[in-house]
Design a protein. Structure first.
Lengths: 147, 107
């Protein structure tokens, strides 16, 4: 009798089985947030490496680091759920949100007060001749050092 | 699903490490002091992110406390270095009378 009941309940459960959609949605949101944040972090790093001027580099680093860090931490929070670890992620997120723009502003203000001039005018990509000239100049310099 | 999330967090951690290594390039090359300082600040932010992600990868939640501490220390270090290279001393009070304009004259 008992076994029949258990089998019946299993059958009912199997009939009412729906795939667990909520973990898929949650993890999907977490992955999407983390990947977008990672895109911003990598773009900011590339901007800091490639842009021609200090203030443009500051723009790239300051904007994208704040947004990218917040998005990656948001992804971690979504993945964790309501736990103590998630609360710590919230604290890290708040501290980064307060300090990162402040530090960026402090660096920009210090550079401006020190008299660093921004590069003005239209951007012109360096020609291949200029790049080759730079390298040739370096080579000459090294040869001069050798002799 | 667990395994997939583990691989995802590991991939994010590896890409943050790559980003940190790229930021070291600006730290070494940077023509001015402020470029280097910007690179150090950004490197610190990425370190905080890496600690947060990596303590999920190795499943030890203690790392987040260190990340919290590092976020605070990174900000204070940036402000301290900026203040030192402005005044060449750390015991200058930031009162109004000490703030000078761009020509060095007191406001």
């Amino acid at each position: 009798m008992m076994q029949v009941l258990i089998m019946a309940s299993e059958t009912v459960q199997a009939a009412n089985y729906v795939p667990e959609i909520f973990p898929i949605i949650r993890n999907g949101l977490a992955v999407a947030s983390m990947v977008i944040g990672l895109f911003f972090v990598l773009a900011g790093t590339l901007g800091v490496l490639r842009l021609p001027d200090f203030f443009t580099r500051l723009h790239a680093a300051g904007m994208t680091d704040t947004l990218g860090a917040e998005l990656i931490l948001l992804g971690l929070i979504i993945q964790e759920g309501f736990t103590q670890l998630s609360l710590k992620f919230v604290f890290v997120s708040i501290i980064l949100l307060l300090t990162s723009p402040t530090a960026t502003h402090a660096v920009a203000n210090a550079a401006y007060q020190a008299g660093l001039k921004p590069l003005l005018g239209d951007y012109k990509a360096p020609t291949t001749a200029e790049i080759a000239g730079d390298y040739a100049g370096d080579d000459d310099h090294h040869e001069g050092d050798h002799h | 699903m667990e395994q997939f999330m583990g691989y995802t967090t590991l991939g994010v951690a590896i890409f943050i490490l790559i980003s940190m290594a790229m930021m070291l390039g600006r730290l070494l090359v940077g023509p001015t002091l402020y470029d280097r300082l910007l690179a150090v600040n950004s490197f610190g932010t990425k370190t905080v992110l890496f600690l947060c992600v990596f303590c999920l990868v190795i499943d030890r939640p203690d790392g987040v406390d260190i990340a919290l501490l590092y976020a605070l220390m990174n900000f204070i270090a940036t402000i301290a270095v900026l203040k030192f290279f402005r005044y060449r001393a750390l015991d200058v009070s930031l009162l109004e009378s000490h703030i000078t304009d761009r020509d060095g004259a007191a406001k």
